[in-house]
Structure formats: structure tokens, C-alpha cells
Design a protein around this ligand. Structure first.
Ligand SMILES: [Fe+2]
Length: 262
């Protein structure tokens, strides 16, 4: 069985191919088009994965994308009313996700009716959890996924057993450890998409001299996980300006922190 995973229209566009339960290839589009963190549709990455597996697109049984437009629809709509510009941007991206079978067929110069693959939209954080647990050597594991934002959630946890995952909790937008890390990275003067790795590197040399201040920026929230001190952030008000779609340039992210943080 051939399963193709595609990360498209988002930073680090990429593809991965599983063949009879084994990972055969996984690669980011930036390796081929030489654009750091390239977004867009990862045609070259998909082509490479198929080549490595020695198959064609017609041999793919399942295609999975890590995004489900229907997940947390209520929350999405609520924020769409408050942040129309942000909602328009996200809606464009979600529309592209719906059109992935057509985009795939078009990229490989074939008719969409000729594809026998079933297409699956997997909620973002379930995809993160599945991509680690199901290819791990463990039969049982605790699962945790934490990032910026995917399908309006930033964090999800649960347990895995055999071929099943049980989701036990999630933290939704605007509370996000990834966005918090990006906000602090921007405040320190690193504005380029992906610059968080520089702050991660620098962090090892620092001392926790501002720990008390930081405890007001990220707060624990009992069994609900954590929440952000939203007065220090801007992304929940207008929505962060994000541009992911173009394949030929690095994604751009607007300012996430408020003047209160300064
Ligand atoms: Fe993610």
C-alpha cells in the first residue's frame, strides 16, 4: 500500500511516502527550489518521493493532507467575524486544500479521474501525533503536539495504543506556545520566518533573569494546559498577517506582540 503525505500552502511545503508501513522518502520543497521554508504546492518533493519508491502517481492508494477545514468550524467562524482580513487569508488557503486532488493531477499532467487514490483531510494536530506514533517502534505512548497554529489549535495531547490514538485535550487559538515563541523572537529583532531556531540556540547561553515577567506572558491553566497573557500579544486582535501561498518565496509573518510587551 502506498500512502503519500503532502504539506502544501504552508511554510516548509513537503512530501513523504509510506510503502507497506515503511517510510521510503520524505523531503521538503526548499531542497529543490532553493527557497528557504518555501510554501506553495510541493511538486518536486512529490516527484522525488514517487521516484524513490519506484512508482507513479497512479499507484498511490491514499493521499493525506494535514488540514481539515471542518475542524473547529465554530471557533473559526467566530474569529472570522472579529478578524475579517485574517479570515479571508485563511479561507483562501482552505479553499486550496479542497482543490488538492485537482492541483496534484494538474502538476502531473493527468486527469483527476485517473487517480485511484483516496484523499484524506487529517486534522492538523492529529496528523502531527500520527506521524510520530504510527512510525515509532512503540506499541503504547503518551502523545503531545505543540506548534504555532493548525486548524485553529496550537497543542494537542493524548495516548496511543497499537493502531489507535485517544485524544485527551487540546489548546485552541489564540493560545499558542509557537506564536509566543515567534512573538519573543520578533521582539528580539529576528523578523524572518523561521528565525526561532536562532533564539533556541541563544537560549542555552542565557540566565532566567526575567522569569517572573515571563510567568505573566505564559500561564499554566490547570487541566486545560496553558494560556497566554493576551495583553502582551496582537495576533488575536487583527490576526497575524500571514502569507504562505507562494512557492517561490519564503513565508512572511506580521508582528505578533503588542506594545505592552515592549
Ligand atoms: Fe504544525
Amino acid at each position: 500500500m502506498n500512502i503519500l503525505g503532502i504539506n502544501a500552502y504552508h511554510g516548509n511545503a513537503s512530501a513523504a511516502l509510506m510503502q507497506d508501513g515503511k517510510l521510503v522518502a520524505a523531503v521538503e520543497e526548499e531542497r529543490f527550489n532553493r527557497v528557504k521554508y518555501a510554501a506553495g504546492f510541493p511538486v518536486a518533493a512529490i516527484r522525488y518521493c514517487l521516484q524513490e519508491a519506484g512508482i507513479t502517481l497512479a499507484d498511490v492508494d491514499h493521499v493525506a493532507v494535514p488540514r481539515n477545514p471542518w475542524a473547529r468550524l465554530g471557533t473559526k467562524l467566530l474569529y472570522a467575524l472579529r478578524m475579517p482580513r485574517f479570515a479571508r487569508e485563511r479561507a483562501k488557503v482552505l479553499k486550496q486544500f479542497v482543490g488538492i486532488p485537482e492541483a496534484l493531477a494538474q502538476a502531473f499532467d493527468t486527469d483527476v479521474k485517473g487517480l485511484r487514490a483516496q484523499f484524506h483531510r487529517v486534522e492538523h494536530h492529529r496528523a502531527h501525533l500520527a506521524s510520530t506514533f504510527f512510525v515509532s517502534p512503540f506499541d503504547q505512548a503518551a502523545l503531545l503536539s505543540a506548534d504555532g497554529l493548525g486548524d485553529f489549535a496550537s497543542t494537542m495531547w493524548g495516548s496511543g495504543e497499537g493502531s489507535r490514538m485517544r485524544i485527551q485535550g487540546a489548546v485552541a487559538f489564540p493560545h499558542s506556545l509557537g506564536m509566543y515563541y515567534t512573538a519573543i523572537t520578533q521582539y528580539l529583532g529576528f523578523w524572518k520566518f523561521g528565525d526561532e531556531f536562532k533564539v533556541m540556540g541563544l537560549a542555552a547561553y542565557g540566565q532566567p533573569s526575567h522569569l517572573e515577567e515571563f510567568r505573566r506572558i505564559v500561564l499554566t491553566n490547570g487541566s486545560l494546559g496553558f494560556r497566554l497573557g493576551l495583553e502582551y500579544f496582537a495576533h488575536h486582535r487583527e490576526g497575524a498577517e500571514m502569507s504562505w501561498r507562494e512557492a517561490d518565496r519564503t513565508p512572511v509573518l506580521g508582528r505578533l506582540f503588542s506594545s505592552r510587551l515592549e
